[in-house]
Design a protein around this ligand. Sequence first.
Ligand code: SF4
Ligand code: SF4
Length: 431
Amino acid sequence: MDTSLRTHLDDIFNKCLHCGLCLPTCPTYNIDLREESSPRGRIQLMHAVENKSIPLTKKFVDEIYYCLDCQACETACPAGVRYGELVEAMRNVISESKKDPLFLKIVKIIFMRGILSSPVRTKLFGRILGLYQDSGLRYAVDESGILKIISESLQEKHRLLPRSDRNCFDESVDEIIPVQNCEKRGRVAFLSGCIMNIALTKIHQDAIRVLNLNGYEVVIPKRQVCCGSLHSHNGDLEEAKRLAKINIEVFEQHQFDFLVADSAGCSAFMKEYGKIFADDPDYSQRAKSLSSKVKEITEFLFEVGLTKVPKIYSATVTYHDACHLVHTQKISRQPRELLQNIPGIKLIELPESSWCCGSAGIYNVVRHEDSMKILDRKMENIKSTEAEIVVTANPGCHLQLEYGIEKNGLKMEVLHPVSILSRAYPEILDH
Ligand code: SF4
Ligand code: SF4
């Protein structure tokens, strides 16, 4: 770890007052009430490892990856301790010391570096997944219970695989989508991302439609890549930076007022590009400039206001706050107000709405059992609302909640706020 980073982290460590106000908000602490599984305990452990007063043991690594990096503790902290930065820096140290747990190492090599790092390989993965599900093989494997023979959790992880869409999003749209039949208010760039480019692509289509109907021309640069957030959160800062540099170069070739993303995790990380390149003479200004334009889509729509008035869409909905929206970007009011502005929408507040759902990037794969305990708590709260639709603005939460709904035999739909808005704009508005 270089000296400037160490000084920066020391500053964060020293801010902690050990008051414990973060403890009741921590999902892992609330499972077993162990101090070392709390934010305060982890801060002390990380500080001790960083000072070399305790060694970097397997037990320590396990604790750091038991953390969801949900950043609920940051929201609760009166001293402004930026816990997320600490845990991500420590994961990077663990990774560079080659002490990652074996399964995580495999997921990082095959899934993150092997698939997500390359748009070509991500699309190939999407096509293979599409063939697997369209041929009926996926269903047959699920129903046969064959994976259960190997391990119960393998069967469950298999069910968590996203459903690949028939067409990749970026191949089904033009690079520039002009506004139609309304006055142009501006031009935004749009992040097509990695997984959302092959699965949940309807959310992107709804986002573009809502932006267009509200007067925004949309540019979707073809050469863009994954934002790098999953890499960064899991200790692969080197690869996250490589991807971020490509995006900076690609997006700066286009003119736009804002860069809009409909995934909470991606917008949160792209807002950090300026910070991660702060010491890079070639990229610091360019990264800062791009980050300053990044907007999460509900944040953007709330700020610019809807010029196209939504029609009646009758439904009872509840809203789950994605951690990277509510805790990292402090966005909670905007999506709720957008929903409440739709005539016919009845918003029922979800108890513990800002409590993590257990998805947390690749957490539900690498720490499946812990993730399911956290999901169970979320599902109990969701059930209590008796809503027809659960709304959330992050693909990881979206897939995790769909899985929870299926597992609990519930009849509920999971939708992004822009998908509800799009439904509230009947087809007639397109003409
Ligand atoms: S990031 Fe979340 S899981 Fe990790 S210590 Fe903070 S509250 Fe707990
Ligand atoms: S709330 Fe903040 S200051 Fe208090 S123990 Fe937690 S991290 Fe430290």
